[in-house]
Design a protein around this ligand. Structure first.
Ligand SMILES: [Zn+2]
Length: 309
């Protein structure tokens, strides 16, 4: 027997949906998934996503697919799915995970993820879109901010690690900002010495200083060092985008526990970037959909599938 752990009851909702279908105004039913290395979140796509089911991501790939399908079935309460958007913590190619941190260690890479999700949920494979989770976040920022033809922005997460992706009006560009060399003195989770996220990500801070960031007082000199590395890492990233891609960012939308929980992280970054880049410094701000950016971005990608169909 399937255990549905949500407490919301949709009394009458289904009848209303069916009535709406009869007069041809029903919204498509979209499932959006944020499959992180540590936690997985699911929601039905809506203009405002409020009801989210969350659980620790199972170590086993097969168990994770089963849990995803069972949780989706609880959310759907008998409704038929039209499309699915999944943001996942890793690089994706050809409907599979090709490179990831924790999920790679757990043997998820190379498995036919999109195909397995489609089969488990009973939807055609061309109604499932798989994106890197930061690319999904960038998609949410792109839709919310509506960049003009020559405008570029980025979505960034500074929590356990540092992730990010870029967007233009019509393109999403994956990136690995956390895994660029900054300076020696910290070992990254991928085994490399001196990567940016080893100095400023939550896991890196805990390893480098022997104490978690939330237990370091805001006026402690260790935060001064972390913030200096943050400013330097982002400045290098912007130079890399300018030199390698010819792109100048107008906006960086941030989310994540370290950037939001540390001492004036965004304000400090903004001031530092203005001194380096002057009027070409991007605007530093919070991501519009905050910690739900991945869920909204995957939902918008699934909307796109249906529009293209
Ligand atoms: Zn690294």
């Amino acid at each position: 027997m399937l255990q549905c752990f949500n407490t919301t009851k949709y009394s009458g909702g289904r009848d209303m949906a069916e009535a709406a279908t009869l007069i041809g105004i029903a919204e498509p039913v979209i499932l959006t998934v944020d499959n992180g290395g540590t936690n997985t979140r699911l929601a039905l796509g809506a203009e405002e996503i409020n009801h989210i089911e969350a659980y620790p991501t199972p170590v086993s790939y097969d168990e994770a697919i089963g849990k995803l399908a069972a949780t989706a079935s609880c959310l759907l309460q008998g409704k038929t799915l039209d499309a699915v958007g999944v943001g996942i913590a890793g690089a994706t190619t050809d409907r599979r995970l090709t490179q990831a941190g924790k999920l790679q260690e757990n043997g998820w890479c190379g498995r036919p993820f999109t195909e397995d999700v489609a089969a488990a949920l009973g939807v055609p494979i061309d109604r499932v879109v798989l994106l890197n989770d930061c690319v999904a976040g960038a998609n949410a920022e792109r839709v919310a901010r509506q960049p003009g033809p020559d405008e570029t922005g980025s979505f960034m997460v500074l929590s356990t690690g540092l992730g990010g992706a870029l967007y233009t009006a019509d393109e999403l560009i994956p990136d690995e900002p956390g895994h660029q060399y900054l300076k020696p003195g910290a070992l990254c989770g991928d085994g490399a010495e001196g990567h940016v996220e080893a100095h400023i990500g939550g896991a890196g801070i805990a390893k480098k200083f022997g104490v978690r960031g939330e237990h370091i007082p805001h006026d402690d000199p260790r935060w001064r060092e972390i913030k200096g590395d943050f400013h330097e890492g982002i400045a290098q990233m912007l130079e890399r985008y300018r030199d390698d891609l010819g792109l100048t960012l107008r906006t960086i939308g941030f989310t994540g526990s370290v950037v939001l929980g540390g001492p004036d992280m965004m304000g400090g970054l903004q001031r530092s970037l203005r001194t380096v880049f002057g009027s070409l410094a991007p605007q530093i701000t919070e991501a519009i959909y905050r910690d739900k950016s991945g869920l909204y971005g995957a939902k918008f990608a699934a909307d796109g599938l249906l529009k293209a169909a």
